[in-house]
Design a protein around this ligand. Sequence first.
Ligand SMILES: Cc1cc2nc3c(=O)[nH]c(=O)nc-3n(C[C@H](O)[C@H](O)[C@H](O)COP(=O)(O)OP(=O)(O)OC[C@H]3O[C@@H](n4cnc5c(N)ncnc54)[C@H](O)[C@@H]3O)c2cc1C
Ligand code: SF4
Ligand code: SF4
Length: 460
Amino acid sequence: MDNVSKVIRGGYCVGCGVCPFVDSSLSVRMDGDGRYQAVELSGDHAPVASRVCPFANGRLNEDVLGRELYGGVEGVRHDDAVGWYLDTYAGYAVAGDWRERGSSGGLVNWTAAKLLETGRVDAVIHARACDEPGVMYSYQVSHTVDELASGAKSKYYPVELSRVLEYVRAHDERYAVVGIPCFIKAMRLLEREDPVVAGRVRYHLGLVCGHLKSSFFALAEAWESGIDPDRVDSVDFRYKIPGRASSDYGIRATGTDAEGRPVEVVRPTRELSVTNWGYGYFKYNACEYCDDVLAETADMTCGDAWLPDYVRDGKGTNVVVVRSPEIRDLFDEYAGEVHLEPVPVEVVARSQRSGLRHRREGLAYRLWLKDRAGQWRPVKRVQPSNALPRHRRRVYEGRIRLMDESFKAFREARRNGGGMPFFVEYMTPIVRAYKRADNPLWRRIGRKAKHIINTIMREK
Ligand SMILES: Cc1cc2nc3c(=O)[nH]c(=O)nc-3n(C[C@H](O)[C@H](O)[C@H](O)COP(=O)(O)OP(=O)(O)OC[C@H]3O[C@@H](n4cnc5c(N)ncnc54)[C@H](O)[C@@H]3O)c2cc1C
Ligand code: SF4
Ligand code: SF4
C-alpha cells in the first residue's frame, strides 16, 4: 500500500487538499465530524500523491526542506524548536488598523498587504468568510487590500487548498500564501513537483499552530453562547475584549433565533467549556502526529506572544520568526509601519512552550504507543519513546481520550437534543480524570506541604 493510502486509512490526514490536486484518484471532503479528509476514489494512486502529502513524505521533513530553502542564507541559524531563522521579534503593526483587526499584532495581514501594495504579488491566498451555505470559512484568493483585510484573524476551522490551487494553475499571477505549518509544508512539497505552482507562489507566510479544529468547535462555541448549531452564521474566534489581557479574549457569534430574528453574542472564552486548548476538543487526529509548531518552512512565521510581558497589552502582540531575506528587507524598508522588538529565539520558543512539549515529549510517547500496537504511523523527526514519568504518560493518554470523546459527545448532544449541558455532563468525568493525571496526588500533597511550611516560617 502506498503511503498516502496509509495516511488516509490510518487517520493521519489533515485535509490540506493538496493530494487531489496532483492525483484525480483522490478527493477531499468534509466528513461527518466536520473535518476535511482525503477520500480514495480508487485504490491506485500516482506516486506523486505520497510525495506531496505532509504526512506521507517522511524523507523530506521540515529540517531537510528548511535547509534547502534557508540553509544557504547569510547569517541564518537553526534552533530545534523554531527551525531556521534570521531574526526573531515580538511586535505588532503600527500603520492602519491591522493590529485592531488582527488576532494578535496584525503582522501577518500587514505583511501580506505590503506584498500586494508594493506589487511584489498580485494576490494573497488565505482563509476568509465564505458564501457557501454551511461553510463559515474557506481558502480564497484576495486581489485587493480590502479583500485581504476582510479575512483578518485566525480561523480555528477546517479549510483545504485544492480549489485555490486550481485557481493558481489557471491564472498566471504571483501569489503569497498564508497557512498553518502542515499546509505550508504541503505547498513546499507540491512546489518541488509542480514548476507552474512553484513559479507563481512567491511568498509563504506561516501561522504558529497548536492544532486544527473540526467545524464542531465553531458550532459548540456558538451553542454554548446560546445560538443553535443549525442557526449559526459565523464565529469570530478572536474577539478582543477592551481592557482585558490579550489572552483573555472572547468569541463573537452571529446567527438567528428560533423565530428567525438575527442574534449576535459576545462571550469571553473563559466562560465556555470547549475553549480550553489543553483539552484539545474537536482536534484533528493528524495533529497528534505533527512536530512543526512554528511553520519551519515559511518565509516568515507569526504567532501570539503568550508571555507575561506581552499579554498585559490587550491589543495583541505577535512573536515573529523571519527566515527570508526578502521579508527582512520589507521590514527594514517599512520600519516606521511596524513595532519590532528583537528577542532571543528562546523567547519565541518559550511563548509556545506547551505546544512544543506536546509535540516533542508527547509525540515521542504517541509514536511509541503506535509502534507497540504494531500500527503504521508517519515518520517524524521525533523518535518514539516511553521514557517519561508515569503521570506524563497519563496526561498524553488523557488528551487522546478528550479529543476522541469530544466528537462522540457533540454528535450525541445534537442527536438526543440534550444540547451543550449534555455535552458538558458527558465530558466531565473524562476531564476530571485528565486533571487528576495532570495534577497527581503526590504533587498536590507536595504543594500543600510547601504552603504549610511557608506559612509557619512566615509566622515565626
Ligand atoms: C488553527 C490555528 C492554530 C493556531 N495555534 C496557535 C498557537 O498554538 N500559538 C500561537 O501563538 N498562535 C497560534 N495560531 C496563530 C495565531 O492565532 C494568529 O493567527 C497569529 O498570531 C497571527 O496573528 P496576526 O494578528 O498577525 O494575524 P492577522 O493579521 O489577523 O492575519 C491572519 C491571516 O491568517 C489567515 N488565516 C487565518 N486562519 C487561517 C487558516 N486556518 N488557514 C489559512 N489562513 C488563515 C487570515 O486569512 C489572515 O490573512 C494559530 C492559528 C490557527 C489558524
Ligand atoms: S494530508 Fe493532505 S495530502 Fe495528505 S492525504 Fe490528507 S489531503 Fe492528501
Ligand atoms: S498541529 Fe500540525 S498537523 Fe495539526 S494543523 Fe497544526 S501544523 Fe497541521
